[in-house]
Write a new protein. Structure first.
Length: 398
């Protein structure tokens, strides 16, 4: 069976000949193994944030998350240009799995004692990614001109990452922030025109991979709820059971807003987009980072919330809960706009309501705060489901 892949526009103006269409494929077992390592890495980022839930800790955690996310996303693109049973793909993912696991181990000390270990192992993963892409180019599945363009920014970014780790002190954060900015800017702006001819997007595989990562992060939220409930007590109180249940319902609500309808709509939209590579880069590689950051922030907050259901949550915990879910919804709005050109007003309204809850909910107990957020999320799911037949996306999007 052959997948119907989206055709890039203005092929005559592209810097390289179009790579051949790829056969339809889904996520392979080796890619699922690769994802398991990122479950651990994401868990480590959540733990790092929950231990340092302030503005400085948030900035550090988001810096590490941006690196982890970009490594995973880079391999999705490279694997998308490979045959699922290619020996090169399996070997590259297995080797990279070992190094990204080391990165995950080093995350808690990535900005202190384990900085150099994190930076070197991460840089090796990115070099393996470039080698995998070079092999795809050799097979005729990717354009070398585009690969060579962003390989330069990868090299500069990794050099700054290792340099910042080696220098330490006050130089580390600025150099690492510059490394992330340059690495992200490569395909976004510096080589954007070349990116159009990078490869044919195997749409089913591509959309499925990003959906799976959202599930990984939502699973981390569930793990965080469980860890928060069992961290200090052997027996659950009734209040803890209530907050655990509400936290789980919020997570289900976040899952519903992504997977009930719009995941399929976004995949269909990518399949017919006139500029599929740029749409995939914008909507999935970049915008999905907002969704992931929102989930991770919520997970860190709920982990602390569950352990004290009868207390008033501190301002950082309340901000993590409301801000995390709010950022997730705003990420959805941006994703929908990029993929379909429409705006999810219901999500904007709920994100605004969450901002009000944060500002005015300083006296709420943990269970009361969780109840309000749960009510907002369940109402959003209900309204979008009811409104779906009248939606401008043919009744399939919310």
């Amino acid at each position: 069976m052959t997948e119907i892949t989206a055709e890039p526009p203005n092929a005559a103006n592209m810097p390289a000949a179009e790579p051949p269409a790829l056969p339809e494929r889904r996520t392979s077992p080796i890619e699922l193994l690769w994802d398991l390592v990122f479950v651990f890495a994401v868990t480590q980022v959540t733990t790092l944030l929950s231990r340092h839930l302030d503005w400085s800790g948030f900035g550090h955690a988001m810096l590490i998350l941006a690196l982890v996310w970009w490594a995973w996303s880079a391999f999705v693109w490279a694997a998308n240009a490979q045959e699922s049973d290619a020996t090169t793909l399996r070997l590259a993912l297995l080797v990279a799995t070992a190094f990204i696991f080391v990165c995950g181990l080093a995350v808690p000390g990535a900005l202190t004692s384990e900085s150099l270990l994190f930076a070197i192992s991460y840089a090796i993963v990115r070099v393996i990614h470039l080698a995998l892409y070079a092999d795809a180019s050799r097979r005729g599945n990717a354009a070398w001109s585009a690969i060579a363009g962003f390989a330069i920014t990868v090299a500069i970014g990794m050099g700054l990452l290792v340099l910042g780790a080696a220098l330490g002190g006050g130089a580390r954060i600025p150099l690492w922030a510059a490394a992330v900015a340059i690495d992200y800017a490569g395909p976004a702006w510096l080589t954007r025109e070349r990116l159009r001819g990078l490869q044919r997007v195997a749409v089913a595989h591509f959309a499925e991979r990003y959906g799976l990562f959202i599930i990984i992060c939502l699973g981390e939220s569930i793990v965080a709820i469980g860890l928060g409930a069992t961290a200090a007590h052997r027996h659950l109180s009734s209040g803890e059971v209530v907050v655990v249940t509400l936290g789980l319902l919020i997570t289900v609500g976040m899952w519903w807003t992504y997977f009930d309808r719009f995941a399929r709509v976004a995949e269909a939209s990518l399949r017919t987009d006139r500029d599929p590579v740029l749409a995939a880069a914008d909507g999935y590689s970049y915008v999905h980072l907002i969704l992931v950051a929102g989930i991770i922030t919520f997970a860190a907050g709920v982990r602390l919330l569950v352990g004290a259901p009868h207390l008033t949550p501190s301002d950082p915990v309340r901000l993590a809960l409301c801000g995390g879910v709010g950022a997730y919804l705003l990420g959805h709005v941006a994703f929908r706009w990029r993929m379909t050109g429409t705006i999810g007003y219901q999500k904007l309204v709920v994100a605004g309501a969450l901002a009000i809850v944060y500002a005015a909910g300083g006296g709420l107990s943990a269970w009361a705060l969780a109840t309000v957020i749960t009510a907002l999320m369940l109402s959003l799911c209900a309204v979008e489901t009811i409104a779906a037949p009248r939606d401008g996306l043919g009744g399939r999007a919310s």
